[in-house]
Design a protein around this ligand. Structure first.
Ligand code: B12
Ligand code: SF4
Length: 446
């Protein structure tokens, strides 16, 4: 079976960048670089078939004058002649995923179209556009494989559990539950990164001359922050990979000297991380590591941070979220603001560069912006990110404020746009958020 998997482009909507002062624009995130791990996993589930994976993000970075999406998809269809096309979807890229599948159906209605990924997991019922044949929620490589087998054998898709079939009468869920699938352990599928070799030069972060890749050591998160869709995607569960499977993966990616752990939180099981880094040292694996680590972990366990730094940890992404305890409590962050300050000190003492991220609520007034600016100025970090507290569909926060949402354009759900009424005038709010990006140490950008 010929299968084409397409990673959609980034959403261009970025009101923080649009309204920021000119001198701040250089620092504001324009794009995140990284491989589509989800699609690579799906590709691995059907590797006995003829699979092509196309990263449109990488393509637009590599060849900026690549034709617009619909034309690009038509070229891909003409070149690869797939019988099945699959897309992965996060909320802000939903429209592009649908546009890809619409182009597929306009070109050849016989091609089977399948949508999966985070947004398909949290909001499967959004995929009612008739260009979508099947929606597969969840960690679903085995279900995807079952759909391909059904197509191959000419069976009805109704026989595959765990999918939604779309049609004129709407989406219909098939009966039964898909069999158990242990994505992080027994059923872990090693991604075949050779699918991405065309774009490897584009996977470079900041000023690094070396390409980076993502590897997950865990899935899900044991915390329950109200604005976060990662724990809801995994229904609050947390799955840890095995150390030996990680060592095997790290040893297989010599072409990527920089590895970002794609975890919600890399240090949850502290013993696990210490054991992993002991094995990394034993195996003589030399990489630069980037991780997401919570402030409270660094504040409580500076000894662990020191060990990780010795093993190659160079950059940490840390969700500071707020400088006020009452806001952190409201977000269910489970970590007081003082931990942010302690964490910055611990990371810096260990030569680790910190990317600290704050989320800005839509009701911030002039006084709130001034207070945050003052705090952030006292706690400068090398890379600082200031994004908008966004009600992502499928989160607690979305349920809380759903009646106050004024902008339903999913392209804006990427943390760079307020989709609720702001207390300050709309343009000024984004200008003020943009100005904050100037409060950081030095001139580096990631
Ligand atoms: C890797 C990653 C990326 C990569 C790759 C994503 C891509 N497709 O191109 C890059 C770096 C490009 C990226 C970019 C962005 N990301 Co990102 N990213 C992640 C991260 C860290 C890990 C995701 C992952 O790989 N998980 C592991 C894989 C195996 O799981 P998975 O993707 O869910 O895939 C499984 C299933 O979903 C399913 N599946 C997936 N695809 C498909 C397709 C089919 C056909 C089927 C059947 C099944 C299926 O099967 C897979 C295997 O089991 C998550 C945070 C996290 N820790 O989860 C954020 C996350 C997904 N990103 C997020 C966001 C917002 C972004 C950005 C918009 C950020 C920004 N503001 O710029 C950008 C988008 C573009 C840009 N502006 O540059 C949000 C999404 C929130 C939401 N509700 O939409 C997350 C959850 C982070 C967060 N803080 O909330 N991201
Ligand atoms: S914001 Fe971080 S700590 Fe909170 S639930 Fe999401 S991943 Fe977990």
């Amino acid at each position: 079976m010929k299968i084409l998997l397409i990673n959609p482009p980034r959403s261009p909507e970025n009101n923080i960048l649009k309204f920021a002062p000119e001198d701040a624009k250089h620092f504001i995130h324009k794009k995140l670089i990284g491989p589509p791990l989800g699609l690579l996993t799906i590709a691995a589930s059907v590797k006995d078939h003829d699979v092509v994976l196309f990263d449109t993000k990488g393509e637009y970075d590599l060849v900026p004058d690549t034709p617009p999406l619909a034309e690009l998809v038509r070229l891909l269809l003409a070149k690869h002649r797939p019988e099945v096309v699959g897309v992965t979807t996060i909320t802000s890229e939903f429209d592009f995923s649908v546009e890809i599948l619409q182009t597929v159906k306009q070109t050849d209605p016989a091609i089977l179209t399948i949508a999966g990924g985070l947004h398909a997991t949290l909001c499967p019922r959004d995929f009612t556009d008739l260009s979508v044949d099947i929606v597969i929620p969840g960690q679903s490589p085995h279900v995807f494989r079952n759909v391909i087998l059904a197509k191959e054998k000419g069976l009805r898709y109704e026989s595959v559990s765990g999918i939604y079939i779309n049609g004129l009468a709407g989406l219909k869920k098939t009966v039964g539950k898909p069999g158990k699938w242990d994505s992080a352990n027994a059923d872990y599928l090693m991604p075949d990164r050779s699918h991405l070799s065309r774009w490897i030069e584009t996977y470079k972060v900041g000023n690094s001359p070396f390409p980076s890749t993502y590897v997950f050591t865990s899935l899900g998160c044991p915390y329950k922050c109200t604005f976060c869709s990662i724990w809801t995607q995994f229904k609050g569960k947390y799955y840890q990979r095995s150390i030996e499977s990680l060592i095997a993966e790290l040893k297989s990616i010599d072409e990527y000297p920089v590895v970002r752990f794609a975890d919600a939180n890399t240090v949850v099981d502290e013993h696990f991380m210490l054991d992993l880094f002991r094995r990394i040292e034993e195996e003589g694996i030399k990489k630069t590591f980037i991780m997401d680590i919570r402030a409270d972990v660094a504040a409580r366990r500076p000894d662990i941070i020191a060990k990780l730094a010795a093993g190659g940890l160079k950059v940490v992404i840390c969700g500071f979220e707020s400088f006020r305890d009452e806001e952190l409590k409201r977000y269910h962050k489970d970590s007081p603001a003082v931990d942010n300050q302690t964490a910055v000190r611990v990371f810096e003492e260990n030569g680790i560069m910190v990317r600290g991220n704050y989320v800005i609520p839509n009701d911030y007034t002039d006084a709130d912006f001034k207070a945050l600016a003052e705090y952030s100025d006292r706690n400068r970090v090398v890379y600082a990110g200031y994004t908008v507290l966004t009600p992502m569909p499928g989160t607690i926060y979305h349920k809380e404020v759903r009646d106050r949402i004024v902008d339903f354009n999913y392209r804006k759900y990427n943390f760079f746009n307020s989709v609720m009424q702001t207390t300050l005038p709309h343009d000024e709010f984004h200008h003020r958020v943009g100005s904050l990006w100037l409060i950081k140490k030095g001139k580096d950008v990631i």
